[in-house]
Design a protein around this ligand. Structure first.
Ligand code: PMP
Length: 426
């Protein structure tokens, strides 16, 4: 039985920072990351066998809980038929049909292997379609780590304090305009000035990479309106929110039709996957139909399609989303009440199966500047005390949390009982 400290020190000899994605290193909270051995349902188990109630869910994909038997069976059946062919398979069409049926804004969809690839490709397509260079994103939103999107980004780029990374050239960053999230006036002012030069707006319709910030009334509507007026492409990055906040995504929940949508996480059921899709006339600009190039050796991989399609089958069950949202609500309201009892300034946000936690006296979190005012020292103490108590929260004050359908009443009650003790001790 090797503990996480030993595994981490071994990893650091051969992997930069000991991890294959920065936030996993616990750089946002300090200490040693927990090395996972296996997981089942709502629980993950470390290399010493310690059990944690998991609110990270592999950063979103595990909406059914870990190792769901039907998903594992679908993957095993796919694996038995071979791992990759680099040629079309029927299951890719079944996946595309499912995505198009659930998200009516999507006429055509292409599979890729990560969220980063999905957003990078959608941006290229929007530029190719419009013949324009400039793109608009929002402060604190994260759309993966492609160069043009790594400007004032959220998630690990925020946790680590490198909002713009070395290696991103000034020429690339120059064409990325960053505006404050939820600020409709700033969007209108920018478009009034240079709207004709803007290829697209890309937005997380619920921002999940600066904790969890819902859109204020009118914000997404404004984005739709300016994109219509100036013939720019509206891209909803639903890598996180797709099939997480509602069966038909944030676009269904808020009733706004984007031109392009990017997806990832849940549609792979835990296997690497991404997708981008949308309006037929835009998507038809893609190779081999059109001139905008995009490709992938493992795109539409049959194992990923099997895991994703089975996951989508299961989340289409009646009452899935109301039940999931009720679990997240019970958790966030329970945490808030216990913090209040303990006299800790603390608030929460929740949309469907995703939530945010803030050590902050303000009750209505709407933008990056407010999120940055949260007490990070208190968050770190809370995080570590909860971890000790067997509750695994996102190891950063800037990441959304996730509940799964596998979180039982007992899991939620145990989490709240631990939080009650921890809030009192802070
Ligand atoms: N977009 C959003 C909204 C995300 O949350 C993420 C990852 N958390 C990405 C894009 C990038 O996805 P990936 O990590 O699969 O490249």
């Amino acid at each position: 039985m090797i503990n996480s400290s030993t595994l981490f020190s071994d990893a650091k000899h051969v992997i930069p920072g000991g991890v294959n994605s920065p936030v996993r290193s616990f750089s946002g909270v300090g200490g040693t990351p927990v090395f996972i051995d296996h997981a089942l349902g709502a629980h993950i188990f470390d290399s010493t066998g310690k059990r944690y109630i998991d609110y990270v869910g592999s950063w979103g994909p595990m909406i059914l809980g870990h190792a769901h038997p039907d998903v594992i069976a679908a993957v095993k059946a796919a694996v038995d038929k071979g791992l990759s062919f680099g040629a079309p398979t029927e299951i890719e069409t079944l996946m595309a049909q499912r995505i198009c049926a659930l998200l009516p804004s999507i006429d055509l969809v292409r599979m890729v292997s990560s969220g980063t690839e999905a957003t990078m490709s959608a941006i290229r397509l929007a530029r190719g379609y419009t013949g324009r260079d400039k793109i608009v994103k929002f402060e604190g939103c994260y759309h993966g780590h492609s160069d043009s999107l790594l400007v004032k980004a959220g998630s690990g780029a925020l946790t680590l304090g490198v909002p713009s990374s070395p290696g991103v050239t000034a020429a690339v960053a120059e064409n990325t305009i960053t505006l404050p999230y939820n600020d409709s006036a700033a969007v209108k002012a920018l478009f009034a000035e240079i709207g004709e030069q803007i290829a697209c707006i890309i937005v997380e319709p619920v921002a999940g990479n600066m904790n969890c910030i819902p859109p204020v009334a009118g914000f997404l509507e404004t984005l739709r309106q300016v994109c219509d007026q100036y013939h720019s492409v509206l891209i909803f990055d639903e890598v996180m929110t797709g099939f997480r906040v509602a069966l038909n995504g944030a676009q269904g929940l808020y009733n706004i039709t984007p031109d392009l949508t990017t997806l990832g996480k849940i549609i792979g059921g835990g296997v690497p996957v991404g997708a981008f899709g949308g309006r037929r006339d835009i998507m038809e600009c893609l190779a081999p139909l059109g001139p905008v190039y995009q490709a992938g050796t493992l795109s539409g991989n049959p194992v990923a399609m099997a895991a994703g399609l089975k996951t989508l089958d299961l989340l289409m069950q009646p009452d899935f989303y109301p039940t999931l949202a009720a679990k997240a609500k019970l958790l966030t309201e329970g945490l808030k009440a216990r913090a209040q009892q303990a006299g800790v300034a603390f608030t929460t946000t929740q949309v469907g199966g995703m939530f945010g936690l803030y050590f902050n006296a303000q009750d209505n979190m709407t933008c990056f500047a407010q999120v940055m005012q949260s007490d990070q020292v208190l968050f770190k103490r809370f995080f570590h005390a909860m971890l000790e108590a067997g509750v695994y929260l996102a190891p950063s004050a800037f990441e959304a949390g996730f509940v799964s359908m596998a979180h039982s009443d007992d899991d939620l009650a145990q989490t709240l009982a631990s939080a009650e003790r921890v809030f009192k001790s802070l």
